[in-house]
Design a binder for this molecule. Structure first.
Ligand code: FES
Length: 128
């Protein structure tokens, strides 16, 4: 049975220049992970840790679930902040990784192996 191709839009991560096509029915984070791309920090993938906080600079997203006020305040939301694991693009998106995470994330990327998450628990592996 033929299925129509899923609609996708382009997502651009400003700090890294990374670009990828993301389905309009999947989160910004899952689209990135599906293609094995990097650029947005990955944590719980369930809206609970806030690690994937981004600011939508251009484009539009729709919520896929609740965004914890512990991680994104109403003021921040009004400025375009959201959680990449809780937002799906509805049009091409240019985003920035949240400023409070950029320094640590890119320092970790420079030093760490790409597989920093346990395949069984989907939690960050402990650094030794
Ligand atoms: S990865 Fe934990 S809130 Fe998005």
């Amino acid at each position: 049975m033929w299925t129509p191709p899923r609609p996708t839009v382009n997502v651009h991560v400003a700090q890294t220049g990374e670009c990828y096509d993301c389905g309009t029915d999947e989160s910004l984070l899952k689209g990135m992970l599906r293609l094995g791309r990097r650029g947005i920090p990955v944590g719980c993938i369930n809206g609970g840790c806030g690690v994937c906080k981004v600011r939508i600079v251009e484009g539009c997203v729709q919520p896929l679930g609740p965004v914890s006020r512990a991680h994104v305040s109403e003021d921040e939301e009004a400025q375009g902040y959201t959680l990449a694991c809780r937002a799906a693009p509805t049009a091409a998106v240019r985003l920035e990784v949240s400023a409070c995470l950029v320094k640590n994330f890119y320092r970790a990327c420079a030093n760490a192996a790409p597989a920093a998450f346990s395949p069984t628990t989907n939690q960050p592996t402990k650094e030794t």
